[in-house]
Design a protein around this ligand. Structure first.
Ligand code: AIR
Length: 205
């Protein structure tokens, strides 16, 4: 059985080939996904974590770590809706074909990244508004992320680290709908979380 990274390489190769031969790759990709699923290989590309700047990494690392704790290795990218708009557009348009199923998009200030991606893909987009040094505490990014016009939804999380962690959990919840192993891991996570609270309460009594 090929190792996980070999399957990823094969998938990359097929997608590159598909770029040249257009729609043929869509059919082949379905077979690759089925193969990965049947062999219990978690695709490295299921979740993408995209952020507007490297200055967002400090907060978004908690999102990445949370995903990794569920054995999901995300594709991590720095893409700016304003500074690299064409790359943002290309990324959103090609994401589904590359096997990505959920995109987490984080940005601070006038945070248009999640919305810009949502306008160019039908994949679920989870937005994480970040606090920047601009003095508005992340409310600027929150409003930019959450106030999407009807027809183009973004699932906005809370500001900052809590939002970053919840974005990972929300992505896991989406993927768990069709993945029994993830459902089990999610149930174990919730149980462990509840246990910690109960222990803290008990320590106070
Ligand atoms: N940003 C970058 N391009 C568009 C936006 N909204 C955001 C980044 C970061 C903030 O601007 O997501 O939170 C400041 O970026 P930098 O690179 O100046 O530190």
């Amino acid at each position: 059985m090929p190792q996980r990274h070999e399957a990823t390489k094969i998938n990359d190769w097929i997608v590159r080939l598909g770029d040249r031969h257009n729609r043929k790759s869509e059919v082949i990709n379905v077979y690759v996904s089925l193969f990965e699923r049947e062999n219990n290989m978690v695709s490295k590309k299921m979740v993408a974590v995209v952020m507007g700047s490297d200055s967002d990494m400090g907060v978004m690392q908690s999102c990445i770590d949370q995903l990794v704790s569920f054995d999901i290795e995300p594709v991590v990218r720095i893409i700016s809706a304003h500074r690299t708009p064409q790359i943002a557009s290309d990324f959103a348009q090609n994401a589904a074909q590359k096997g990505i199923q959920v995109i987490i998009a984080a940005a601070g200030m006038a945070a248009h990244l999640a919305g810009a991606l949502a306008g160019r893909t039908a994949l679920p987009i989870i937005g994480v508004p970040l606090s920047s040094g601009a003095g508005l505490g992340g409310v600027d990014a929150l409003l930019s992320t959450v106030q999407m016009p009807p027809g183009v939804p973004v699932a906005s999380m809370g500001i900052g680290k809590a939002g970053a962690k919840n974005a990972a959990l929300f992505a896991v919840q989406i993927l768990a709908l069709s993945d029994e192993k993830l459902r089990e891991k999610l149930a174990a996570f919730k149980k462990a979380q509840a246990k910690k609270v109960i222990e803290k309460d008990a320590a106070l009594q």
